[in-house]
Ligand binder design. Structure first.
Ligand code: PEP
Ligand code: MG
Length: 606
């Protein structure tokens, strides 16, 4: 039997053609490290276990409530449409839901089962097993007891034990398994967290495709950083693909073909060749100055997540690092000492040999949490304890990082950048800590740059509204457009369900960009933009026209953006920005930008 190929249209998240065998990563399986704890860690470990049970209880309660509401709605509907009842059998559906409800109630009771709870606690205390391991052992014991009962009903309860156990485990581990895959494979998953993606990058895969996700998610950004072809929001591919199926994906257009035939493969390879040719052409121009046709210089800097990207950014001749995302050092290696930070930053600062390196403090939280860290889940992580808010709570970790950045500043041009700033008070709190760390270094005779620039990321609407006030407190702004768009439009950057609302050219975003630029210019401070808007050829002239001439982007985007810069003049850019600012809908702005750019840029750039 010939198995039909199947086409999926997702969203291109990181350009490039990837062809390989499917490797399915099931994010729903829970992995954990089996560790023995020390005697003194026992109380905290028990605490962690009990907290995971509490979270599980709350989750089941919320599920049960939703189900209860749905049962009530069905009953009310049945009451209203009494004659139709026999035909549509709402009672049947309602009774299935009532069964589910009883299962949820049973699961909640199981969470408090003494055999499960006391058994796990006993293993933590007596055998000094970590909570995950102790729980797994206890679950195994409970299941084997059920096995021995000669009653089908009890034997079937084994899967309930698994269900409840997995829920507690997931809440203990912070939700995940570190994914890995065979070299050259294409990972297909329902969803991947940035922490998963980091694991996959180590496996040298050919690309990945996920059912869900957004183009500016951190997972997509990581893929862009390493030139890993990726498509997100591809629907139900993780259900339909089988391990070992051939798959081809185009990370620029979002096209994915499962089990492609020869002709399709040839087409993908042809596209890859053509793009490689164009890339070679762009790279041959890297020695040319980055300036518009009218001679305006533009600084193109790199966003990097890991020190090993430095070699490439130097080869591509970029003007420094506009954004060093430090959280990956922490996520990958859980480094907490200031010496570890200082060494990592110093390596980048020294390699850049005098070019600026903008080190952003931890943007942990949101979707960036370490696998197995037991991070407390929040109902709205994007609005939760993220970035500078988290740092101001975990002060020891934050101080260690600040010290690390200060120490690195003795070795090259270093700038400190603070993410997710919402007000002047936060900046001042950080400055107090920074000053204390400076004083400690002075006292210890450790050198650092006394004039190291400190900047605020403009990512929240609040920061835009008070940009003039923030501008008096910092040396520069760097607009994080990925988050700015998300927060202005209340459209989750990670969710394909609201991707149609996530519109960087929305008039509200344009005004925010304009207001931020004016505030920076008015105060005479630096102005940069480091979100993904900077790497989109279509948006570039508009950004230049709005006053952004320091742009930071994934390293691999630089050659293409350089060609765009060299193709336009500032008059054209300013005229475009002025016209765009007069429009009142995102589609109108998108149309204008698209039309104008098609007349200015060659098709291969778009
Ligand atoms: C941004 O929000 O635009 C940004 C550069 O930061 P991150 O993508 O890491 O949130
Ligand atoms: Mg951000």
């Amino acid at each position: 039997m010939v198995v039909q190929h199947r086409v999926f249209q997702g969203v291109g998240a990181s350009p490039g053609i990837g062809i390989g065998r499917v490797h399915l990563v099931d994010r729903r399986r829970v992995h954990y490290a089996k560790t023995r704890i020390q005697q003194r860690q026992i109380p905290a470990e028990i605490e962690r276990f009990l907290a995971a049970i509490q979270v599980s209880e709350r989750q089941l309660e919320a599920l049960a409530q939703r189900l209860q509401q749905s049962i009530e709605r069905t009953a009310a509907e049945a009451e209203r449409t009494r004659p139709a009842r026999r035909r549509t059998d709402p009672e049947g559906r309602a009774s299935i839901r009532t069964d589910h409800l009883s299962i949820l109630v049973a699961h909640r009771l199981m969470l408090r089962d003494p055999m499960l709870v006391d058994g796990t606690i006993a293993r933590i205390s007596n055998e000094r097993l970590c909570a995950e391991w102790a729980l797994r052992m206890t679950l195994r014991e409970v299941k084997s007891l059920l096995d021995d009962v000669a009653d089908d009903y009890f034997r079937e309860r084994r899967s309930d034990v698994d269900f409840v156990g997995d829920r507690i485990l997931r809440n203990l581990t912070g939700g995940g398994a570190e994914a890995s895959a065979p070299e050259g494979s294409v990972v297909v998953a329902h969803d991947l967290s940035p922490a998963d993606t980091l694991g996959l990058l180590r496996s040298k895969i050919a690309g990945f495709v996920t059912d869900v996700g957004g183009k500016t998610s951190h997972t997509a950004i990581l893929a862009q950083a390493l030139g890993l072809p990726a498509v997100v929001a591809a629907g139900d591919i993780s259900d339909l693909a089988g391990d070992g199926d051939l798959v081809s994906l185009d990370g620029a257009t979002g096209e994915v073909v499962l089990r492609p035939g020869r002709a399709v493969l040839a087409r993908f390879r042809q596209v890859a060749d053509k793009r490689a040719q164009f890339d070679a052409e762009l790279r041959a121009e890297l020695h040319l100055p980055t300036e518009t046709r009218c001679g305006q210089r533009v600084a193109l800097q790199a966003n990097i997540d890991r020190g090993d990207e430095v070699e490439l950014l130097l080869a591509l001749g970029c003007d420094g690092v506009g954004l060093l995302r430090t959280e990956y050092l922490f996520l990958e290696e859980q480094k907490t000492a200031s010496t570890a930070h200082s060494a990592a930053y110093r390596q980048v600062v020294e390699a850049l040999a005098g070019l600026p390196v903008t080190i952003r403090t931890f943007d942990l939280g949101g979707d960036k949490v370490a696998v197995g860290s037991g991070w407390q889940r929040e109902p709205n992580p994007a609005l939760g304890l993220r970035a500078v808010r988290y740092c101001l709570r975990e002060r020891d970790l934050f101080r260690a990082q600040l010290r690390g950045v200060l120490e690195a500043s003795a070795h090259g041009k270093t700038r400190l950048l603070l993410p997710m700033i919402s007000g002047v008070h936060e900046l001042r709190e950080v400055k107090v800590l920074l000053e204390e760390e400076r004083a400690a270094l002075r006292a210890a005779g450790i050198p650092f740059d006394e004039r190291m620039a400190v900047g605020a990321m403009i990512e929240l609407p609040a920061a835009v509204w008070i940009a003039d006030q923030l501008a008096t407190e910092v040396d520069f702004f760097s607009v994080g457009s990925n988050d700015l768009v998300q927060y202005i439009l209340a459209a989750d950057r990670d969710s394909e369900l609201v991707a149609h609302l996530y519109r960087p050219l929305h008039p509200a975003v344009l005004r925010a960009l304009q207001q931020t630029a004016r505030a920076a210019q008015g105060a005479g401070i630096g102005l940069a933009l480091c979100g993904n808007m900077a790497s989109e050829p279509l948006y570039l002239p508009l950004l230049l026209g709005l006053g952004y001439s320091e742009l930071s982007m994934p390293v691999l985007a630089i050659p293409r953006i350089k060609r765009v810069v060299r193709s336009v003049s500032m008059d054209e850019c300013r005229a475009l920005a002025a016209e765009a600012l007069r429009l009142s809908t995102a589609p109108d702005v998108e149309r204008l930008v698209d039309q104008r750019m098609r007349s200015l840029l060659e098709p291969a750039l778009l």
